[in-house]
Write a protein of this length. Structure first.
Length: 233
């Protein structure tokens, strides 16, 4: 129940609201907004913008995440060859194997210019354990020399496998380089292709199981068909 004091306070408040309405109607400090100019919910004027800096940062972060997501997973675009064999459409492949005590290197000539970001390897049968080491070597008078970039295949499966190079590699058309591979713990079965005929165009280097790719490669030449591996964008 409202007492006399409460009714008196209500009367004063009512009178004050009438006076304030009259002042606003006279234009004292009044600002009108059209439908398009009305501030967003929560807008308190210049000192309290409708969209906070934190909210704007979150929105920008979300847009950036969306842009990254739209690019798709790395090394998902199999088939674009910058460096490697000229024919990836083979339906018959010869099985070749590499023991964990060796690393093999095969020479190729860059087919076009571009930046290689992915290493691709066709696996006939993956090693029972361990990883596959993959590297690109410079050429020194027809011999694989210094390791330029490398990649590691983990959990490889039969068929084409793609992983990112570390780091990416600018390639100039016509450049000769070598792709070196080898398993670190168990025998790897790879695919040999007659891209340019089978000739003494490969080198093999002995290593201790579990070790990285040799640098420089060294090794000795042996007759082999081309390795079914390449570098792509």
């Amino acid at each position: 129940m409202t007492g006399r004091r409460g009714r008196t306070l209500l009367a004063i408040a009512f009178a004050s609201s009438i006076a304030l309405g009259a002042a606003l109607a006279a234009g004292a400090g009044c600002t009108s907004f059209s439908n398009g100019d009305a501030p967003a919910t929560g807008d308190g004027g210049p000192d309290a913008p409708g969209t906070s800096d934190a909210q704007a940062a979150d929105d920008a972060h979300g847009e950036a995440d969306g842009a990254i997501g739209d690019a798709g997973p790395p090394c998902a675009d199999h088939g674009t060859v910058l460096f490697g064999p000229s024919d990836l459409s083979l339906t018959e492949r010869a099985d070749d194997f590499i023991a964990p005590t060796y690393r093999d290197a095969h020479a190729f000539v860059a087919r076009t210019s571009g930046t290689a970001r992915c290493a691709w390897l066709y696996v006939m049968s993956p090693p029972a354990e361990g990883n596959i080491q993959f590297g690109v070597y410079s050429d020194r008078s027809g011999v694989p020399d210094a390791l330029i970039v490398h990649a590691t295949f983990t959990n490889a499966h039969a068929g084409w496998n793609g992983v990112p190079l570390e780091p990416s590699l600018p390639i100039q058309s016509g450049t000769t380089m070598w792709i070196g591979i080898g398993p670190d713990k168990a025998t790897l079965h790879v695919s040999s292709v007659q891209d340019a005929g089978c000739a003494p165009q490969a080198f093999t280097a002995p290593v201790q199981p579990g070790t990285a790719l040799p640098n420089p490669f060294g090794g000795t030449m042996y007759p082999s068909c081309s390795l079914d591996a390449y570098l792509g964008p």
